[in-house]
Ligand binder design. Sequence first.
Ligand code: 2DT
Length: 212
Amino acid sequence: MACKRGALIVLEGVDKAGKTTQCQKLVQALRRKGHPAEMMRFPDRTTTIGKMISAYLENQSELSGQTVHLLFSANRWELVPLIKKKLEQGTTLVVDRYAFSGVAFTSAKPGFSLHWCKQPDVGLPKPDLVLFLQLSPAEAALRGHFGMERYEKSSFQCAVQQQFKHLMEDETVNWKVIDASMNVEDVHKDITEHSLNAINIAQNLPLGELWQ
Ligand code: 2DT
């Protein structure tokens, strides 16, 4: 008999919300409970496309908004065979950012509609759960200075937060909002509870396709 599939769990949120820390802690907790789990992150800067994205984010290259948007999406599509293989093998994937960051960041730029931004990612493997780590721009600022990368400015982050709000109105996606202003362990507890629930449900369902 084929083994039960793993769940696709995505963590999203603005900078400083603690996504990466929480992804790592979640993978460890799931493994301890006997669920095979691995972490992925987007952009994956190790591929050829990922290196072009990385140069852009580090301000070492200039690309039009359209070009970099499509590169971010291509960076997800190039990993789809691996994502599907892992899920089919029963491994749960904990993903640090996905298409929602793709849409929120590009549509926060002038002249980009949500509709246009979503199109390249239509049909990607649909996450079984999207955890949005909610942190106000004021609280994010208290957690220290932003880094030097292209999008790390508080005015742009506010615009991104607004776009995430619009994306969360879409009820075809299983969003769970997590209060990221709590301490690391309480946030972790919430995230783990939602994830275990999603793993249970996903194992009996086929993998969906995003935004279609
Ligand atoms: P990290 O700091 O998490 O490496 O993210 N971004 C990310 C986009 O603009 N589009 C996307 O599709 C994705 C996945 C968010 C680097 C920056 O890249 C942005 C922050």
